[in-house]
Design a protein around this ligand. Structure first.
Ligand SMILES: [Zn+2]
Ligand SMILES: [Zn+2]
Length: 422
């Protein structure tokens, strides 16, 4: 601790744009940057995946308890902490994910992961930012006009954690009125630390997986006439699925249909009994999403019938798009620009004339289906020897200097939104 809380608060009080005395949470968070870095590095070193976050959750819980919280594990590795609730008002949720990827780290950092997993998506930074937000909110708890729920989520990479926490009741008692998340990003051609707003509407892709099982009748490769060939049928289905995008979707719309796996047979002179294809659909519009899902099934089955095979299609791993709420986007943009300064925020939608989208999926989408939500991006690239690696790469580096701003944006958005909506 560099200074006692009283000194930090006194020295960082500013007059806000609305004329009220406003605490500059960013200045406060900068005051405990060493702790933010320490939290981040511990989590980085102990990277865990999916819902198996024993070390991570024990650490997060103990940090929260030391700040005066009573964190609860509401589902496996999913932690809820609550701030405020002393004054009546609405409920704002902030979310940080905590899971890593099954990737062997190659960064050479002295706090590299020792678990065989790696925080290659930057969720270690999100967890540290959320702990920083927890600390800021505790310091300012008496000023919270309502309740803030802090959602420490497992299993984002497997698109399972948000759903689990919703099923465990995170959006109820009290009912959540708005939710936001931050994701750090490596590789954006934008100065590190810039907070990027993608605009209102769908900003991440909806994702669906399909498995197409084809059943024919195997036999000798020299006598195909005595067989029903599932490999041939698989090839026709693969080609035909490509036509959905090129012939049936509006050229101005964006959609992806990818077959990433195709398998059938064991050797060159045997026609097998079965074959399968596996792939993914990425869309940004619900009608297009439903249309493609329907057409994948119809086309696959139709070709099966044509070539006398039985075809079954299984759709799974569904995740909708994150949809940014307009009012929430505009409000948080304003609070963030006021706190960090206009140079630190970028309205991509205004800069490019359209809502920006990313073709990746993000399971915060399950919250955005239910409550007004906002996903913001924080540029956090680190260039080393002239190279910048992307998310999920075993050599990707994220900028720790973004931690104070991230913590402050989380806490400030919650405080300001609740104040504005009391
Ligand atoms: Zn990721
Ligand atoms: Zn991620």
């Amino acid at each position: 601790m560099r200074t006692d809380k009283g000194e930090v608060r006194a020295s960082t009080t500013l007059y806000g744009i609305r004329g009220t005395i406003m605490k500059n949470l960013f200045e406060e968070a900068k005051g405990f940057k060493p702790e933010l870095v320490e939290w981040r590095r511990y989590i980085h070193k102990n990277a865990e995946t999916h819902t198996n976050l024993e070390t991570t959750t024990a650490y997060v819980s103990s940090c929260l308890k030391a700040m005066g919280y009573e964190p609860i594990e509401i589902c496996k590795s999913g932690i809820l902490a609550v701030a405020g609730g002393k004054k009546p008002g609405k409920t704002f949720l902030i979310r940080g994910d905590m899971d890593a990827l099954p990737v062997e780290e190659q960064t050479g950092l002295d706090f590299s992961s020792g678990t065989g997993n790696m925080h290659a998506c930057g969720h270690d930074l999100h967890t540290a930012m959320m702990l920083g937000a927890a600390r800021l909110l505790k310091t300012h708890e008496d000023e919270i006009e309502g309740t803030v729920k802090l959602m420490f989520q497992p299993a984002e990479e497997t698109l399972a954690g948000a759903k689990m926490m919703i099923e465990a009741g995170i959006l109820e008692k009290p009912t959540v009125d708005a939710a936001m998340m931050i994701h750090v990003f490596s590789g954006l051609p934008i100065a590190s630390g810039t907070v990027v707003f993608y605009g209102a509407g769908a900003v991440s892709a909806a994702s669906d997986w399909f498995l197409i099982n084809i059943k024919g009748k195997g036999g000798h490769g020299a006598m195909p006439n005595t067989t029903i060939d599932p490999v041939n049928t698989a090839a026709h289905i693969h080609i035909a699925l490509g036509e959905i995008n090129s012939r049936e979707i509006d050229p101005a719309a964006t959609a992806v249909v990818t077959v990433g796996e195709i398998h059938g047979g064991t050797t060159g002179n045997i026609i097998p009994d079965t074959a399968f294809l596996r792939g993914t659909i990425r869309t940004f519009d619900n009608d297009i999403r439903e249309f493609i899902k329907k057409r994948v099934v119809e086309i696959s089955k139709g070709i099966g019938t044509t070539f006398r095979c039985e075809v079954e299609v299984e759709l799974s791993n569904a995740c909708p798009s994150v949809v940014n709420d307009r009012e929430l986007t505009e409000s948080v943009y304003k609070y963030t620009a006021e706190m960090l300064g206009p140079q630190a925020v970028l309205d991509m939608a205004a800069a490019t004339g359209k809502t920006q989208v990313m073709s990746g999926s993000e399971d915060f989408a399950f919250l955005s289906e239910r409550v007004p939500s906002l996903m913001i991006i924080m540029a956090a690239s680190v260039e080393k020897n002239g190279e910048v690696f992307p998310q999920h790469h075993p050599r990707v580096l994220f900028d720790e200097n973004t931690l104070p701003a991230g913590a402050a944006v989380y806490a400030n958005s919650a405080l300001e939104w609740l104040k504005m909506h009391k």
